[in-house]
Design a protein around this ligand. Structure first.
Ligand code: H79
Length: 495
């Protein structure tokens, strides 16, 4: 913990805004004074372009720090996105031959060993008759999400877009006959959020790609290179070029089973030719590291210092719709997960699994709206922030079970989190103190003001907070007795 704190401090110090180190190291408690004029930013000399040695791992070799920051900028600021797993698996919705199939819903063909011809029949019932891109995007926006990543093709090989490569797609094989990705791209543009595409580049159980755990139908037997050349690459070209120059804003690869270095390089060459510098996750395979780490169904204990990262998680226990799965996470868990992730410098990609009508389950919509209401008041503590300047609040890593039942290190600290952006530290408090005071570790800058982000009308008065700080820590006093928010309350410390 100490070494993390030292590293974070070391990172912070060069950016001190007109505050001398001598002032911070004084032992005398500092009492808050009203802010005068905002501190003048120190002018910085642009460094000569050199490869970003601090972040050498990237999908673009040898880019400079400035280039990388520009390329990743919107993604880092966004913090919160919607993952969408929508496909033919939403028709069986967890059942095959009248029997429930265990595991995640989009894996039903694999787990149920459903023959290709049988599985393909489900497409005829994929009506998507309730699908409304405007409403869909509005649900994400209303949750405070800044981007959507949707399955353009999952492991079942079914293209959720108008592909000319084969007939196993939403336009040709379903009664819907439309391209939802096109409609979503237009709506996202209109409503001002980004759209990314998930594409299962390796596993493909209907077009001769690989299959985790082995194939189960003779019709699946095929050459992997032939699949890469005749299905994956041509479809990747389609999703890179048919939806406007801004879409996809991200490509999200998954499960690189049988993905060799050579196959991955061929796919990456297509990306760099058609959409150079497109943000890619770390799952292309063949040793490629991509731009983002992708912890799945868990939040890492410490984040990934020096790497961009995104925790993808489900709202219940499945990605693709399963009619029996009512194991919904509470809004409290969702909001605190978002705060936890932001405090470690990551993004939260939270999944919805629409049904075969194109409806997002009401239990999901309700929770997303509740998270959105919290974000409307407290979003300033999330968007555009970076990891905590402290670290102690994360506690010593403890063992927890992830969404797949696997043991993982997780943070033991449960009481508060912090984020920051230049001039602000946000204390996000899960357990509101009873004594009107909140104490955090020492901070390298002089704090000039403290405010609650929550609406003053909740109290009928504006609580006047005071701050004192010294080498031992920062004390915020004058907190109202009642928590501004039952789930997570934010104190904005200005410096
Ligand atoms: O798209 C979602 C998942 O389908 C995909 N990644 C997320 C974003 C994914 N593919 N594989 N995995 C995740 C790893 C999980 C594997 C297992 Fe299982 C889950 C092993 C046991 C439970 C899948 C279902 C294999 C057997 C049953």
């Amino acid at each position: 913990m100490n070494s993390i704190k030292t590293t974070l401090m070391a990172l912070l110090l060069p950016t001190v805004l007109g505050v001398s180190m001598g002032a911070e190291s004084s032992n005398a408690p500092k009492v808050l004074v009203p802010p005068s004029t905002s501190p003048a930013a120190v002018s910085t000399v642009q460094p000569a372009p050199t490869p970003d040695r601090d972040h050498p791992v990237s999908s673009v070799p040898d880019e400079t720090k400035a280039q990388r920051d520009a390329r990743m900028g919107w993604w880092r600021d966004a913090k919160f996105g919607m993952f969408v797993h929508w496909g033919v698996y939403s028709v069986p919705a967890g059942y095959y031959d009248g029997k429930p199939i265990g595991g995640i819903g989009e894996w039903i063909m694999n787990k149920g060993k459903i023959p290709m011809a049988e599985y393909q029949k489900f497409a005829k019932q994929f009506t998507a008759d309730k699908f409304d891109a405007a409403q869909f995007v509005a649900t994400a926006k209303n949750a405070g999400m800044k981007y959507i990543v949707i399955t353009s093709k999952h492991h079942d090989g079914f293209a959720m877009f108008d592909t000319k490569v084969n007939g196993w797609n939403i336009v040709q094989a379903t009664p819907f006959k439309r391209d939802p990705l096109k409609e979503l791209a237009e709506e996202c543009r209109k409503q001002g959020i980004k759209l990314g595409f998930y594409y299962s580049q390796a596993q493909d159980w209907n077009n001769g790609g690989s299959a985790n755990g082995g194939k189960w139908d003779k019709a699946q037997e095929h050459s992997m290179d032939d699949y890469i050349d005749k299905t994956a690459i041509p479809q990747i070209k389609e999703i890179l070029t048919n939806y406007g120059p801004d879409t996809p804003a991200v490509v999200w690869w998954d499960t690189p089973t049988d993905m060799t270095k050579e196959r991955a390089a061929r796919i990456d060459a297509v990306i760099q030719r058609l959409r150079p510098g497109l943000i890619q996750n770390n799952r292309l395979g063949g040793g490629s590291k991509g731009d983002t780490e992708t912890p799945e169904q868990h939040i890492p204990a410490q984040g990934y210092p020096g790497r961009d990262w995104e925790s993808c998680m489900t709202l219940n226990d499945t990605w693709g719709f399963k009619k029996d799965d009512q194991h919904w996470k509470s809004t409290e868990t969702l909001i605190r997960n978002l705060c936890d992730i932001a405090s470690k410098g990551g993004n939260y990609l939270l999944n919805v699994g629409p049904d075969s009508h194109g409806d997002i389950p009401a239990e999901s919509v309700k929770r997303l709206a509740e998270v959105g209401a919290w974000m409307k008041v407290n979003g300033e503590a999330i968007y555009g922030t970076t990891a905590t300047p402290f670290g102690e609040e994360l506690g010593k890593p403890t063992e927890a079970v992830d969404g797949y039942g696997k043991k993982r290190p997780a943070s033991s600290g449960k009481v508060w989190r912090a984020t920051q952006k230049p001039g602000h530290v946000y204390l996000i408090i899960f357990q509101w103190p009873k004594d009107g005071k909140f104490i955090v570790p020492a901070f390298a800058h002089t704090i000039t003001e403290a405010n609650l982000l929550a609406d003053p009308p909740a109290y009928g008065f504006i609580p006047k907070l005071t701050v004192s700080q010294n080498d031992n820590g920062v004390t915020v006093s004058g907190l109202p007795e009642k928590a501004p928010d039952a789930i997570a309350s934010v104190i904005d410390l200005k410096y």
